[in-house]
Write a new protein. Sequence first.
Length: 292
Amino acid sequence: MVTIFLFAAAVKAEAYNYDFSAVNDDGVTIYYNIVGGNAEVTNGDIDYSEDVSIPSSVTNNGTKYSVTSIGEFAFFWSDLTSVIIPNSVTSIGEYAFSDCSSLISVTIPNSVTSIGGSAFKDCSSLTSVTIPEGITSIGGSAFKGCSSLTSVIIPGSVTEIKSNTFSFCSSLTSVSIPNSVTNIGYEVFRGCDSLTTVYSYITDLFEINADVFSYDKYEDATLYVQKGMKKAYASTWAWSKFTKIEEMSDEMMGISITEVSTKTKSYNLRGQEVKSPQRGIVIKDGKKVLVK
């Protein structure tokens, strides 16, 4: 406890290291550093509290800056309850919202491509978070200890889930892992005591460490996999430790079965237009469709 307090105090002691401050439309003072000609949100003289809406741009001494990042420790250990991040922001730094125990909701825009390590660590009141498509990097322990978080859908742009990313999210009941993931670190879902359902869309299967999930979850939780993949999972460590492995139905995969006319425009799973009729899974009217 003393170590944590001293660490937090050290961060707060650096609160005055900002380039300028500005008041947003709601009358909240936000602090900024100038980084690469753009503005980065940082911490400052007064702790942030309650609701904060970050603007997409800010003007200082007659110069207008685009707000493109949220810096390390920007809102660390504050009484923030909700935050709105603009589409101009592309990165969220390490520990940016760590230990914001009153933070209930956060809107992460599609413009964000990276979330730093421990960015939302121990945000114990956070009930839901949408990780947008376009995120390519989620740092280790990014959501560790978010004990009120109930479900997580990891977007198809993520290729690696780093160690402890969702560990000790004790209210987490389900998680969806996309086919894009090629590596899963240590203890990613350790301590997720309420986990009952794991959806894995991975087809290019790889081994994982046994400590990715708490050991009792291999018996308690059900692992759902794509059609035709059950045997592969049952023979690949440590997926094989799951005692309940089931193949997904078409409905679970979000796929409908239909016949598509030659006049219908269809797209493959990479978003490229294909000529109809096209057998296999295509995108039609924004939905996955299995064309026979």
